[in-house]
Ligand binder design. Structure first.
Ligand code: SF4
Length: 501
């Protein structure tokens, strides 16, 4: 599936293949046609793609799944979730219906979209099959995505897709329906007349949603399902197939270790479910046209996320920060666009109790190192290290007492966290209750996004109303530098007169 010229391959690794593993080593090439927009992902892809496509397509899909999961964590209604992910899907994973294709060029676009959808699903299947928790989360997010697409599909295409599946649904004959007429009427809520529906018999395990709601007649292990509950049946089918496939994939995973091109990419993807730092690119946190200087940091700190605000407050209180705090904060400041010279000036002015000699000998080198001005990996010379993502900060298990780095949502006790939030002006009881709940469920970055949305709610409302930003500009924040930039821009836009005034 990966084009051979796309990356270095260790020839020794490729030639030594256990004959027992041959079914994994030599896939039979099969061209995919994609007659439908929807896909149950039964057939793995075998055509060639480049390593870059492999990674980028997976990242794009991951972005969508992470947003779907974030919506569910934030208890968004189906309508709110739909309005949130529609523009994101359009941007990262568009999937048009057949009726949108009228020309040859459109046909090619359709095929490319469907190929990307197909491949990205299977790549993430590999990435998320390793543990039970990842499999469960992946299956849940994928099912929600499939449900969304199914509901929004063109009705004729949807019918053709369902018919193509040859599902194991046995139509109920008129005679049998007549026999169980009363039972159907009493067990199926919202029914006007039994004979107005087309009925199917399916294994009861295939419709757990209906069984749970007690909305279906059961007899001899079969559920009698009206045609209008097709969505439930399809969803159950989709989830069951996916869960089964994920199990099988997890058993085949160790064989992938033979491929040193894919394993690092897959590991990186699986670590980033929910707070994917792979979507952040260096320089993204810069605000164009705004001079960021040592003297502007105090006023800009109102836009910092809690992790960086906490570092700034501690720095001002103690005129000092410990090593890891300095490192986390320096990289963040670099990420917002503070130059090396201004950064050195910032730290020099902040460490009030130190002499010039002490500052130069103990601290200056590390600041220059973070910017890539000295030392470090040759590849990073001149660039230094990228600012830390939420994922990286959250995964730090070495934040001890008396240290200010890390993420307060994860590394503070809940009471200290609430106290810290209140000190920054977050007093809303509902928000603080939500934060406690998020933190209790270890959804730290969701708590951070909750606070962001609350503290910028009037600005968000304004930019949405005047059309300056769409929901796609307001996806879940997974990087402190994105938090800063979005906060800063929102406050600037809110000051500007509305477009229609
Ligand atoms: Fe900082 Fe991310 Fe934690 Fe928010 S979730 S406080 S941005 S590390």
């Amino acid at each position: 599936m990966i084009r051979q010229d796309a990356h270095r391959i260790d020839p020794k690794r490729r030639t030594i293949i256990d004959p027992k593993k041959r079914q994994f080593a030599a896939p039979i090439y099969k061209q995919q046609d994609y007659p439908f927009r929807l896909n149950l992902y039964d057939t793995p892809p075998t055509a060639e793609i480049t390593l870059e496509q492999f990674e980028q397509w997976a990242i794009d899909r991951l972005k969508i799944l992470a947003e779907i999961e974030a919506c569910s964590y934030r208890n968004k209604s189906p309508a709110e979730t739909a309005s949130h992910i529609t523009p994101l899907l359009q941007k990262f994973l568009p999937l048009s219906s057949n009726t949108s294709s009228a020309t040859g060029a459109a046909d090619l676009r359709l095929k490319n979209e469907r190929q990307k959808d197909h491949y990205s699903h299977f790549i993430l299947r590999l990435a998320f099959s390793a543990t039970e928790d990842l499999r469960r989360r992946f299956a849940r997010a994928e099912t929600m995505l499939f449900r969304f697409r199914f509901q929004n599909d063109d009705s004729r295409e949807r019918r053709a897709f369902v018919e193509s599946l040859s599902l194991d649904w046995e139509p109920v004959s008129d005679e049998e329906r007549h026999e169980v007429n009363e039972s159907l009427a009493s067990s199926t809520p919202g029914l006007r007349r039994v004979d107005e529906e087309t009925w199917y018999k399916v294994d009861w395990e295939k419709v757990p949603e209906l069984i749970e709601r007690r909305n279906v007649f059961l007899k001899k292990g079969k559920a009698y399902v009206p045609g209008r509950e097709q969505l439930s049946m399809i969803m159950a089918e989709f989830t069951a197939r996916l869960e089964r496939s994920l199990e099988l994939t997890s058993r085949a995973l160790p064989r992938l270790d033979e491929d040193d091109r894919l394993t690092p990419i897959l590991n990186h993807l699986s670590k980033n479910f929910g707070s994917a730092d792979s979507v952040y690119t260096e320089g993204e946190g810069h605000v164009d046209g705004t001079a960021i200087t040592a003297s502007s940091i105090d006023s800009l700190s109102q836009h910092f996320p809690l992790c960086m605000r906490n570092l700034h407050t501690n720095l001002r209180k103690d005129n000092h920060l410990k090593h890891f705090g300095r490192l986390q904060y320096t990289l963040f400041l670099k990420g917002i666009g503070l130059s090396l010279e201004e950064c050195i000036l910032f730290w020099r002015q902040s460490f009030k109790g130190k002499t010039d000699d002490e500052f130069n000998s103990q601290y200056k080198y590390n600041i220059r190192h973070s910017y890539g001005d000295v030392g470090g990996d040759v590849n990073r010379r001149g660039r230094g290290y990228p600012p830390y993502s939420c994922q990286k900060i959250l995964q730090d298990n070495n934040v001890g007492v008396g240290q200010a780095h890390g993420c307060p949502y994860r590394h503070h006790s809940v009471d200290n966290l609430v106290g810290l939030l209140q000190s920054t002006g977050v007093h809303d009881k509902e928000v603080l209750r939500g934060v406690r709940e998020d933190v209790g469920k270890q959804r730290f970055h969701i708590a951070c996004n909750r606070v962001f949305e609350w503290s910028h709610k009037s600005e968000i409302k304004k930019v949405k109303e005047d059309g300056t930003w769409t929901q796609a500009d307001l996806d879940t924040i997974v990087h402190p530098n994105t938090y800063f930039k979005r906060s800063y821009l929102l406050k600037q836009l809110a000051k500007a007169p509305s477009r229609d005034t």
